[in-house]
Design a protein around this ligand. Structure first.
Ligand code: CMP
Length: 139
């Protein structure tokens, strides 16, 4: 079914001017950008967004990284968008990512891994609502 997912182009990618190349990979995978905004995340936003990881050893570094430069938050729409997006992103750790995936081609490390994507339709809705108002999404 047609669904929506939430994506972030992370600071390591915006820093290297890869916004277009990452977006092209998403589009080539059959995903449509139905909302997009370039922002500098605040610490509060990053901590709230990654709240489920609060107890993890990498949490503080992750928040510092995600606030270290601009990010592009996006809503993607398409057939099985959550799964498709996860496929084209590749594994969290770029060393384990398949050939042709965004993280294989562009990611620098397990932290600076160029993109975030929702891991389930339920979380997609929560994450979309965290950054976008309904009228900012134009399908
Ligand atoms: P993301 O999909 O945005 O979700 C959590 C993020 O934490 C992950 O991508 C990485 O950027 C970052 N991270 C850093 N270290 C780790 C780790 N050891 N395991 C998982 N995620 C990590």
């Amino acid at each position: 079914a047609t669904e929506r997912t939430f994506s972030i182009i992370k600071p390591d990618a915006t820093r290297r001017n890869l916004t277009g190349k990452v977006t092209a990979k998403l589009e080539e995978a059959g995903l449509r950008v139905v909302a997009s905004r370039r922002i500098r995340m605040t610490r509060e936003q990053a901590e709230g967004f990654y709240g489920v990881h609060r107890e993890r050893p990498f949490f503080n570094d992750l928040v510092a990284f995600m606030t270290s430069g601009p990010v592009v938050v996006q809503v993607l729409e398409g057939e099985d968008a959550v799964a498709r997006n996860r496929e084209v992103m590749g594994a969290t750790n770029p060393a384990q990512a398949d050939e042709g995936t965004i993280r294989k081609e562009f990611a620098e490390s397990i932290e600076a891994n160029s993109v975030h994507g929702s891991d389930s339709p339920e979380n997609a809705k929560i994450e979309i609502d965290f950054f976008f108002k309904p009228e900012e999404i134009v399908g």
